[in-house]
Design a protein around this ligand. Structure first.
Ligand SMILES: Cc1cc2nc3c(=O)[nH]c(=O)nc-3n(C[C@H](O)[C@H](O)[C@H](O)COP(=O)(O)OP(=O)(O)OC[C@H]3O[C@@H](n4cnc5c(N)ncnc54)[C@H](O)[C@@H]3O)c2cc1C
Length: 345
C-alpha cells in the first residue's frame, strides 16, 4: 500500500526538492510514500470526509524583510488535491488548524500579550569582531519593556525590543526614536548606529506575540499539526523551534512503533504531545514575566540563589528552569519543575 503526503512549501522557501521526511531513506524501504510539493500554494479548504484539499496560489514576497502578507489571487480557481495525510506546519495562524477545528472536538485558545516586538541589528566591528561579549544573554530590562541581544554566527547581534503596542504607537518620527533610545538604551546607539537605528525601527510594523493552545493535534487519521500551528508560544523561553523539532521526532518514532498506521499514530501523537505543548507554552509565558520585571528585583536574585543552592545539593531532583533552558531540554523534564513556578499570569 502506498501513502501520499502533501507538503506545502512555505513562503520564501526556494526548496522544491529535499522535502522534510525525517529518516526518509529508511522509511522508503518500509513503505512507498509519494510526496508532492506545492510552492506558495495556500490551503483554502480541507474536506475530511472526501479527503479533498483545495489550494490557491499565493503571491508571496521573495524579500522576507518586508514580511508582506501573502495575497491570494482572488479570481484564480482553487486547485484540488487528494492525500492521505495533511501535515499542518504552517505557523501560529495556521490554515490547516482552522480546517482541522471543523472536524476535531478540541478546545482551542489564542492569547495575545500586550507586548509587540521589533528587531534591530548590531553589526560586527570594523575588524569583524563581535561588538559586545558574545557568550552572554544581553538584557536591558526596563520593567514594562525590555530589549535583548543575541549573537549571530556572522558576529553581528540581533536586538529584539519587546514593548507594549501602545508604546510603539507613540513613536512615529526619527527624532522620537532617538529620544527614546537616548533615554532608555543610550549604550546601544553607537553599537547599532544612528542612521541604521532610525531606518530599522520603522522597517516593518511591530509584530504581535501570542500563545496558542489546542487540546488535540490531529483530526481523524488524515490531519495533524506540528510546530507553532499546534503550540505557538511567546519567545521568552527560547524553545518554540525546539518544541517543533521534538514534534517531528516523536511523530517519527510513532510511525516506526505503529508501522506507519496513521489511525494509531495520530491519536497517540496527540496524547504524547498535547501535555508537553501546554507546559512549554506556560513556561514561556512565565519567563516573559521574569525577564521583564523580576530581574530588577532583589527577591528574584534571592530566589535564583536558592534555586542554585538546591540544585547543587540535589542535582538530579531539583533542576532550575534556567539550567534546563538549553537545546537538549526534553520537555517532559519541565513538567516536574513547573509546580515550583507560578504560571497563572
Ligand atoms: C522574536 C522571536 C524569537 C524567537 N526565538 C526563538 C529561540 O531562540 N529558540 C526557539 O527555539 N524558538 C524561537 N522562536 C520561535 C520560533 O521562531 C518558532 O517556534 C518557529 O519558527 C516555528 O516554526 P514553524 O515551522 O512551526 O512555523 P513558522 O516558522 O511560522 O513557519 C510557518 C510557515 O508556513 C507558511 N504558511 C503559513 N500559512 C500558509 C498557508 N496557508 N499555505 C502555505 N504556507 C503557509 C508561512 O509563510 C511560514 O513560512 C522565536 C520566535 C520569535 C517571534
Amino acid at each position: 500500500m502506498s501513502t501520499s503526503v502533501l507538503v506545502i512549501i512555505p513562503a520564501g522557501s526556494k526548496a522544491t526538492k529535499g522535502l522534510p521526511s525525517g529518516r526518509a531513506s529508511g522509511r522508503k524501504k518500509k513503505k512507498h510514500c509519494h510526496k508532492k510539493g506545492y510552492h506558495n500554494w495556500s490551503l483554502q479548504k480541507a474536506d475530511l470526509c472526501s479527503g479533498m484539499k483545495a489550494f490557491k496560489w499565493c503571491d508571496y514576497d521573495d524579500d522576507e524583510k518586508t514580511e508582506r502578507p501573502p495575497t491570494c489571487l482572488p479570481d484564480g480557481p482553487p486547485v484540488e488535491a487528494q492525500c492521505d495525510l495533511l501535515v499542518g506546519c504552517d505557523g501560529a495562524f495556521s490554515s490547516v488548524r482552522r480546517q482541522l477545528m471543523r472536524y476535531a472536538t478540541m478546545d482551542f485558545s489564542q492569547t495575545f500579550i500586550k507586548h509587540n516586538y521589533i528587531e534591530l541589528n548590531i553589526p560586527p566591528t570594523t575588524s569583524g569582531e563581535f561588538a559586545m561579549e558574545p557568550n552572554f544573554l544581553h538584557i536591558w530590562p526596563r520593567n514594562t519593556f525590555m530589549m535583548i541581544a543575541l549573537p549571530n554566527t556572522d558576529h553581528s547581534f540581533t536586538c529584539t525590543l519587546f514593548m507594549p503596542a501602545t508604546e510603539f504607537e507613540k513613536i512615529t518620527t526619527d527624532e522620537q526614536v532617538l529620544d527614546f533610545f537616548q533615554k532608555f538604551f543610550p549604550d546601544s546607539i553607537p553599537l547599532i548606529g544612528i542612521d541604521a537605528l532610525k531606518k530599522q525601527f520603522f522597517l516593518i510594523p511591530a509584530q504581535a506575540l501570542m500563545m496558542i493552545k489546542c487540546s488535540q493535534y490531529h483530526a481523524s487519521e488524515t490531519m495533524v499539526l506540528m510546530g507553532d500551528a499546534a503550540h505557538a508560544m511567546v519567545p521568552f523561553f527560547g524553545q518554540g523551534m525546539n518544541a517543533g523539532f521534538e514534534d517531528c521526532l516523536v511523530f517519527d518514532e510513532l510511525m516506526d512503533r505503529f508501522h506507519n498506521n496513521f489511525a494509531r499514530v495520530l491519536p497517540e501523537y496527540s496524547i504524547l504531545r498535547v501535555p508537553d505543548g501546554q507546559v512549554i507554552t506556560d513556561l514561556a509565558m512565565y519567563n516573559y514575566m521574569e525577564m521583564r520585571a523580576h530581574i530588577n528585583s532583589p527577591w528574584f536574585h534571592f530566589r535564583r540563589f536558592v534555586d542554585n543552592t538546591l540544585h547543587r545539593i540535589m542535582p538530579n531532583t531539583f533542576i532550575p528552569l534556567y539550567t534546563m533552558h538549553k537545546p537538549s531540554l526534553s520537555i517532559p523534564q519541565a513538567h516536574s519543575s513547573l509546580s515550583f513556578y507560578p504560571t497563572h499570569l
